[in-house]
Ligand binder design. Structure first.
Ligand SMILES: [Zn+2]
Length: 359
C-alpha cells in the first residue's frame, strides 16, 4: 500500500460518512444521545480529521459506554479500528452494528472498506454489491462503479499457490530493468512541507533498495543522484492522500507510476509516492516499519513486478498490515530473483501497467 497497500474508502469519505452518521444520530435514533455522548462523538470526529485515530477511538469508546446499543457509534469505532489496521476488530464492530441497527447500505459500504483494506477482495466485492442491491442508486455512483471495476481487476485478484517458492506465475506481467541501465539512478525528492522527514525517508529507501539488490544477487544495483532529470527511480513522500491515486491499490498508502521507455537499453522511469502521515495535522508520522513495508512494495513494482502475491505475508500482497514486518519474504526474494535471472525475454505480457499509469 503499496498496501501497495485506495479508493472511495479513504479518510475523506470516512469523514463524510461520519458526518452523515451524526445527522442520523440526531434525527433517526429513537433515543436521542445526551450531550455528553454527543460531545465525545464530535471530539472523535475532530480527531479523525486530524488523522489521530487512537484518540478518536477513545472518544467513541467513551460515547459507547453511555449508549451501548448505538449502532452509529459502533460504526465509528469500526472505522477507527480499520484505519488502525485492526481489521478483525473492525469487522466484529460492524457485525454488532448490524445486529443493533439492522442492515443499512452504509454498513455494507463500511464492511466492504474493511475487507478491501485487508486484501480480501472477493468479500469486499460481495459487500459492495449488497450495498447496491439495498440502494440501487449506489450502483450509478461513478466512484462505486470504479471501485467495483478495481476489485475485479486481475492485478488485485492474484492467483496461484500460497506456499510455492515464488509467485511469478501469479503476476499480471513483469519486466526487469535492463543490465545496461545498471546501476539504476535513484532520486529521493525532499518534500518542502515536511523537510524534517527527509533523512528518515532516505534511510528507508536505501534499506529497501538494498533488500531487493541482495535478493537478486546484485543483478539490481543502484546509485543516488542529485538531479531529477537523469533518474530512473524517483521516490516521493507526502501527507496528501489525494496524491496516492484512488485507482491504484487496495487500502493503499503508496502508488507507483510507470513511464514506459521505448528504448530497450533504458529502464522505464518509475515514480513512487509514499504516504507518511495520515493528514497534515496528524500528530505523528506513520510507523516506520509500515512506511518501509510500503516502500519495499512500491519498489517491487518499480523494479518490474506488475501484480501481487496471493499470500498476505508477502511484501507484494495487495494490502499491507500494520502488524506485518518490513522484510522481504523468501517468496518475494525468489520471485524478483527469477525476474532478473531467468532466460525469459523480460518482455512483459503487457508493456504498460495500465492500472498504475497516472492520467
Ligand atoms: Zn501493489
Amino acid at each position: 500500500m503499496p498496501n501497495c497497500m485506495c479508493n472511495i474508502f479513504r479518510i475523506m469519505r470516512f469523514k463524510r460518512l461520519l458526518l452523515v452518521i451524526c445527522v442520523l444520530a440526531n434525527s433517526v435514533i429513537c433515543t436521542p444521545l445526551c450531550y455528553g455522548a454527543q460531545d465525545f462523538q464530535l471530539e472523535g470526529l475532530e480527531q479523525v480529521k486530524a488523522g489521530n485515530f487512537t484518540k478518536a477511538l477513545e472518544c467513541f469508546d467513551t460515547a459507547l459506554k453511555e449508549h451501548p446499543n448505538s449502532w452509529v457509534i459502533m460504526q465509528s469505532i469500526a472505522n477507527c479500528q480499520m484505519e488502525l489496521g485492526h481489521y478483525d476488530t473492525a469487522v466484529a464492530f460492524l457485525q454488532k452494528s448490524i445486529e443493533a441497527g439492522g442492515l443499512h447500505p452504509i454498513q455494507c459500504n463500511n464492511m466492504a472498506a474493511v475487507y478491501q483494506k485487508s486484501g480480501q477482495v472477493k468479500k469486499a466485492l460481495a459487500w459492495l454489491q449488497l450495498e447496491c442491491t439495498l440502494d440501487p442508486s449506489r450502483s450509478l455512483d461513478p466512484r462505486t462503479k470504479a471501485n467495483i471495476r478495481r476489485l475485479k481487476d486481475p492485478a488485485n485478484n492474484p492467483t496461484g499457490s500460497l506456499t510455492a517458492s515464488d509467485y511469478l506465475s501469479g503476476l499480471v506481467s513483469f519486466k526487469r530493468c535492463p543490465k545496461e541501465a545498471m546501476p539504476l539512478k535513484v532520486y529521493v525528492r525532499s518534500n518542502f512541507q515536511i523537510p524534517d522527514f527527509y533523512p528518515m525517508f532516505f534511510a528507508i529507501v536505501r534499506e529497501s533498495l538494498d533488500q531487493w539488490r541482495k535478493a537478486t544477487d546484485n543483478a539490481i544495483s543502484y546509485k543516488f543522484v542529485q538531479k531529477l532529470d537523469s533518474a530512473d527511480l524517483i521516490l516521493d513522500y507526502t501527507y496528501r492522500e489525494e496524491l496516492i491515486r484512488s485507482d491504484h491499490e487496495l487500502g493503499a498508502m503508496g502508488a507507483t507510476e510507470m513511464l514506459t521507455s521505448m528504448n530497450d537499453k533504458r529502464s522505464d522511469r518509475a515514480i513512487s509516492v509514499i504516504l507518511v502521515k495520515d493528514a497534515p495535522g496528524a500528530p505523528i508520522f506513520k510507523d516506520r516499519a509500515l512506511i518501509k513495508r510500503c516502500c519495499l512494495h512500491e519498489l517491487g513494482h518499480a523494479l518490474g513486478a506488475n501484480g501481487h502475491s496471493p499470500n498476505q505475508h508477502d511484501i507484494m500482497f495487495c494490502s499491507g498490515s500494520v502488524d506485518s514486518g518490513a522484510q522481504l519474504t523468501a517468496r518475494d526474494k525468489n520471485t524478483m530473483h527469477k525476474i532478473y535471472h531467468t532466460q525469459t525475454s523480460g518482455v512483459p505480457k503487457h508493456l504498460v501497467v495500465s492500472s498504475e499509469i497516472r492520467k
